[in-house]
Design a protein around this ligand. Sequence first.
Ligand SMILES: Nc1ncnc2c1ncn2[C@@H]1O[C@H](COP(=O)(O)OP(=O)(O)OP(=O)(O)O)[C@@H](O)[C@H]1O
Ligand SMILES: [Mg+2]
Length: 260
Amino acid sequence: MRDPDEIVQLAGAPVIGTVLRDEALERRHVIDRTSVNRTAEDYRQLRNNLQFLNVDEPPKVIMVSSAVPSEGKTTAVVNLGLALADAGRRVTIVEADLRKPKVTRYLGMVGGVGLSNILADTADLDDVLQRYGTGELSVIAAGPTPPNPGELLSSRHMFALLDKLRAANDFVLVDAPPLLPVADSTGLAVYMDGVLLSVRYGSTRKEQLQQAAATLERVGAKALGVILNIVPPKAELASAYGYGYSYGYGKDEPGGGATR
Ligand SMILES: Nc1ncnc2c1ncn2[C@@H]1O[C@H](COP(=O)(O)OP(=O)(O)OP(=O)(O)O)[C@@H](O)[C@H]1O
Ligand SMILES: [Mg+2]
């Protein structure tokens, strides 16, 4: 998928962020928020747009998923979480991809005990909640991979945990597995205020996005928005920016100058 208008139509939700492909991010997973760079600005834009969604009843407990693997979900969760924490929002990231947990790896944190332990009643939230740096971001690692991730993630325990997290945070970001290959995210989606779909530019196929959106609709989950992810800097994507913002990064850089 490349055409933002088509993506909006198939996902049934607006594009609320576009993240360019960034080689440094691919290696380090966490953007350098201290320097002026385009990807950091992409994530700040995503954060700002997220805060404009449903202003009467703003979504707090938000799952990030995608149709298929490797669409940039986990990287998006981690950096969106950091961008929200930078703005002083209390955020907890839940590493809910119990089969391929990568949040803690990307953040350089410990992954041993976590969500699966809480859900199996072998640990309490306070025992496993980790603070990232000195800011407002906390993380719940996945914990050991259980034989039945889908069942755990759709359990009443999970619902109770999310309720607790909702009370203690401004945002709870749930890093979920992709929707099409496994059913894990489907059961989880019903507990969410909404779902952000990551779509990898030029890679996700039309029918895959369509099926992912249909899966969410079938369980009554709300698609809040699309993150158009890993976009080659040269791609012409002017129409993805329906918000009237423009900023000048990249205009003078070699290879930059994409219409934004
Ligand atoms: N903006 C970006 N620019 C360049 N590379 C990126 C970007 N975002 C993510 N990547 C890279 O793409 C790969 C997949 O990213 P990530 O792990 O975030 O995807 P995912 O959808 O969570 O994958 P999975 O389905 O395996 O959980 C990783 O190697 C990551 O470093
Ligand atoms: Mg992932």
